[in-house]
Design a protein around this ligand. Structure first.
Ligand code: HEC
Length: 155
């Protein structure tokens, strides 16, 4: 009698493993359809761990309770994955935000906690980081962001 549930569980385990591998392959194919992209995403991941993770989290999960402002009233680092809103912005804005920092937007009364990386990272490195961040989004967020990028007036 014990055999059946265990057997079933094993079967489920195998199915999940199979699905997970399938999703990984599919995700990989979406993230980088050219082999150059795959290398760029890998480089971007490393750069992100080294430069962004201290604030935005190891997996881009953002600061805990990021939806509420911090004790000083400033915004906390939001997640870069689908639960955040990085994907609401087009490529041009994202690039500028990382290169020139949040203060560069010159929004009145907004004190940004997002530093400028223009002195630390090359343009290509910033692009690699952004390419990696795109792999943290689901298909819906990815499609939305592609659309927003197309509609941006300036690149
Ligand atoms: C010192 C902490 C800190 C570091 C390091 C940092 N960020 Fe941020 N980042 C923030 C904060 C805080 C915000 C919230 C908006 C603001 O204050 O401008 C933010 C916002 C952003 C946004 C806008 C997201 C949105 O949803 O509007 C992007 C994109 C971003 N960061 C990318 C990066 C990348 C890429 C790196 C690494 C190269 C990085 N950040 C490193 C603190 C940081």
């Amino acid at each position: 009698m014990l055999q059946l549930p265990i057997g079933r569980q094993r079967w489920h385990g195998a199915t999940w493993a199979f699905l997970a591998v399938g999703l990984l392959l599919f995700g990989g194919a979406c993230a980088g359809n050219k082999s150059g992209d795959v290398a760029q995403v890998a480089a971007g991941k490393q750069l992100s761990r080294a430069n962004c993770a201290a604030c935005h989290g190891q997996q881009g999960e953002g600061a805990p309770n990021w939806r509420a402002p911090g004790p000083d009233g400033r915004l906390l680092p939001p997640p870069h994955d689908s639960t955040g809103h990085t994907w609401h912005h087009g490529d041009g804005l994202l690039f500028r935000y990382v290169k020139d920092g949040g203060a560069s937007l010159q929004i009145p009364a907004f004190v940004s906690g997002m530093p400028a990386f223009g002195q630390t990272l090359s343009d290509n490195e910033i692009k690699a980081v952004l390419l990696y961040l795109k792999t943290l989004w689901g298909p819906r967020e990815g499609a939305f962001q592609t659309q927003v990028s197309k509609q941006e007036l300036s690149p």
